[in-house]
Write a protein that binds this ligand. Sequence first.
Ligand code: ATP
Length: 135
Amino acid sequence: MKTIEVSVVTPNGPVYESDVEMVITKAQSGELGILPGHIPMVAPLAIGVVRMKKNGKEQDLIAVSGGFLEVRPDKVTILAQAAEKAEDIDVERALRAKERAEQRMRDQKVEDIDFRRAELALQRAINRLTVTGKQ
Ligand code: ATP
């Protein structure tokens, strides 16, 4: 089975590196599955889950809070402001962030910039909970 090298990098350093059969990401334009030999491209990522296909199974879920995807035929690089493997996610913290964001959204008007900020914080929290299977 052909593989492609993948690395997920944040300003705090590398989060994940492996050789995988497919990388499934959430680009802003929709879900993208990248196989070895993919044409080179760059795409902005949405807040979402990155999944790796290894040994025919989807595994190694990573919560990514936006960023960029760079694809070369033999390598995928995900450059993210924040990214966490499932085992590194603090569930209590994500639950608190979710509650805080929901409260802020109740307190703000939909058109306010703080509402949008709270909405993004809520998406990040829900994404982290999804990766841990708690949502
Ligand atoms: P919080 O309000 O809890 O800080 P946030 O969504 O605002 O959440 P970010 O700004 O996305 O947090 O991330 C700041 C740093 O904290 C990053 O390094 C990120 O990986 C880490 N981080 C945020 N939430 C969690 C979590 N629930 N578990 C583990 N690491 C987290």
